[in-house]
Write a new protein. Structure first.
Length: 444
């Protein structure tokens, strides 16, 4: 793992350094070519300003004339190796190749197109000309290099400095980015427990945090998928085993082809059908493919209707089932059938776990923005560590997964999806005395 991440980090660093060096090299070559072109072929060379020109102008400002200029170090520079001349303002030769003792000194010189001439000025007054005559290609190149050398040295130091700074910045950005790339590959290979450290600039930290959240969500979804497949297999195995046993017994003549064996097998098919219907409803609700016909409905009337439906079953178990209207305006905008199904699932779930002579009551209240319905009971409640899982698929209070109380373990999961699909929320908590309270909030 470390070797792979290190390899990615190394490749990214090489890629960024290569791009940086290419940019520096391109800029230097462009500057070199442009300067060479200007110095050798541009017709307005006389307007260019270079260090040698400034030195000559400075000498004139200091002395007030060109007297003694041949004794200075100005003409010991590499450019004096060419045929260089210093002319006064009247185009008369003052120095010829750094000397004042040649035949051309004192004569008038006409600047030609092959000459590189630089005008010398002080206070906007022309004081002379510096001319490099009859330059060959090699001479032009040497002259160009003499001008570019100081610039090149400064540029080299700047390039090294920028390289060091860029290296530090690249390490700050490359390491987190390499970790993200490696982690993404690991997740793609099925290692959903991969996480990365949140470091670096704010944007990269946000990227790392988002990746970790995505990986955690994928890992959770994968676990839920595996658990769901295992739960479905478990739920189907029992009824299929019963049906198979009854049918094999009928075929072998052990059981008659009518009566209890057939009714038992039929009962198991009903159970399987209910499980399949619940799974389909849950899948549609989770994918938000269920159709809802929202319209104004009275939440209190829906709760009363559900109580009427379950009143007979509650009496059989000696369980008190009642409704408390705590507000007057209980109108909500929701699908009446789905909202009633939500209440029915909660009441049906409470009836399974409340003992005889127990009590179930529904409280309904509202405010300006929402209506609240809570189904309460005085049963044993749930351990606090189980409350976060009460709305999971196939979760049951009985860890043995026994079916003697009925149910597929999907009722509360379906209830949660039906509530959230209509913009509501649901939560469960233990009552202070004893029992469980499941509260549903519907938007008005």
């Amino acid at each position: 793992m470390k070797s792979s991440a290190h390899e990615i980090r190394r490749r990214l660093l090489i890629l960024l350094l290569r791009a940086y060096l290419l940019v520096v090299l391109f800029l230097f070559m462009f500057f070199f070519a442009a300067t060479g072109y200007i110095l050798t072929d541009h017709p307005d060379l006389a307007k260019m300003r270079f260090p040698l020109v400034s030195e000559l102008e400075g000498y004139y400002i200091g002395r007030g004339s060109w007297q003694g200029v041949e004794d200075t170090l100005i003409f010991e520079k590499p450019v004096s190796a060419e045929r260089s001349m210093l002319l006064d303002k009247d185009m008369r030769v003052i120095l010829d190749r750094g000397s004042s003792a040649t035949p051309l000194v004192g004569s008038r010189y006409e600047i030609t197109s092959n000459d590189a001439a630089f005008t010398l000025t002080v206070n906007n007054q022309i004081i002379g000309f510096f001319v490099v005559t009859d330059m060959s290609f090699a001479g032009k190149l040497t002259f160009t290099l003499s001008i570019l050398t100081p610039v090149g040295i400064v540029s080299a130091f700047l390039a090294v400095f920028m390289g060091l700074v860029a290296g530090l910045l690249m390490r700050r950005y490359v390491n987190p980015l390499a970790d993200v790339i490696y982690a993404a590959r690991a997740v793609a290979d099925g290692k959903l427990n991969t996480r990365i450290q949140t470091e670096g600039p704010q944007d990269l930290r946000s990227l790392s945090e988002s990746f970790n959240e995505m990986a955690a969500s994928l890992e959770r979804n994968d676990k839920e998928r595996r658990d769901m497949l295992a739960d479905i297999a478990h739920e189907l195995r029992t009824p299929l085993s019963v049906i198979r046993g009854r049918l094999e017994g009928i075929v072998d003549g052990v059981y008659p082809d009518n009566g209890l064996p057939v009714s038992t097998a039929l009962e198991q098919t009903y159970l399987m059908q209910r499980l399949v219907d619940d799974l389909r409803l849950l899948t549609l609700a989770e994918s938000r493919q269920l159709h809802f016909e929202s319209k104004p409905v009275d939440l209190g009337n829906l709760a009363q209707h559900v109580i009427d439906l379950f009143q007979a079953e509650a009496k059989e178990k000696d369980i008190s089932l009642s409704l408390n209207r705590l507000s007057e305006n209980l109108t909500i905008h929701a699908d009446a059938q789905r909202a009633e199904q939500v209440i029915a699932n909660l009441v049906n779930n409470a009836l399974r776990y409340v003992p005889e002579n127990g009590r179930i009551w529904i409280d309904v209240s509202s405010d300006v923005n929402a209506a609240l319905l809570s189904v309460n009971d005085n049963g044993a409640g749930l351990p606090e560590e189980d409350l976060p899982f009460i709305f999971d698929r196939f979760w049951r209070k009985e860890k043995s997964r026994s079916r003697h109380t009925g149910g597929t373990g999907l009722g509360l999961a379906i209830t949660k999806q039906l509530v959230e699909a209509q913009g509501g929320s649901i939560e469960a908590r233990n009552l202070s005395a004893s029992g469980l309270q499941v509260s549903v909030t519907f938007k008005k």
